[in-house]
Design a binder for this molecule. Sequence first.
Ligand SMILES: [Zn+2]
Length: 383
Amino acid sequence: MYDMVISGGRVIDPAQGVDGIANIGISKGRIVTSGEGLKEEDAAQVIAAQGKIVVPGLIDFHAHVYDVVTSLGLAPDRIGINAGVTTVVDAGSAGSDTFPGLPRFVLPQNKTSVFCFLHICRTGLCHLPEMRDWNDIDYEATVAMVQAYPDLIKGIKVRVVEPVMWNMGLELIKLSKRIAKEVALPLMVHVGDPKGVEGRSLTKELLPLLDSGDILSHCFTCKPGRVLQPDGSLMPEFREAVERGVVLDIARGNNGLSFDVAQQMLEQGILPDTISTDLAALNINGTVYSLLHTISAFLALGLSLNQVIEMTTTNPANAMKEGHRLGSLKDGMPANVSVLEMGEGDWEFRDSENQPLEVKLLLKPVVTVKDGVPFLASPAGTG
Ligand SMILES: [Zn+2]
């Protein structure tokens, strides 16, 4: 007897190379089996998924969920289980001075799983720009905070933006890298500065410092600091970084994704590893809306359904070394499942430059199963 069977949907699980009609069985919060032989009669609860798409619980690899304490934070469930997403990664909203409030005050009120990148700035993103000089970093406290929360903190975050970029220069990245190495976690680097000066950027110099597993955020930005050069070619240092295994993260946000840059880079064979939103209070009502909205943009840009699901399930799980329990529907894994439907119509999306993108297919959340418990998508989560 199963607690639940999700029946008859098109199951896509890139980690297992699965794409076909199947039933998913769930018992005691875990996936117990999947396949055609699984019967609805064997289940206490049935989710009829005929005509729907059934995928591992989606992971938004870059968002901001330090609700209330940071003005840009959103409640995890608002962009998580209410919107077809079971895991959200907070990309540096908290630093060593402010981190403990997140697990104490925010996470207990939400059911969505949250992992974090700890900002190198001691106060995280309480105010912007967050850093001015070295006094804003506490090396020992940052290392100690990572060690105190090993189950939550999956990496270190730094943003290469004015004015800190020119006050501290490459030394800031070197210090961030030193901390990341000391705690044996990846470094996530934000590039692209809307307030930056054209032609003045540290990106070329910092890329060689990134190792396999480190993360380049906003990889398809068109802002100063971008990797696409004015003549349309890619920085050689960027190509080398990709070959080394640096993780390319979309982090759409207000300034992180230009459809034109995306098109040019995709044409040159550059695929993102993770599609993420950079959702925050300042972009949830436009132009970002939700993870499924951002995924739909990439379908319109030419990626396949299997590719975009891989970039929002197994790839972000592996980037956090959580692939053993996240991002797949393998037998025995925690039962995190996103049931989606594909809408057809005519939509026009806008990017950070207010450039339009014609969209014909729009993914929408139907039911989100988190650790075996089903949640209906809320209208606010459908974007
Ligand atoms: Zn961000």
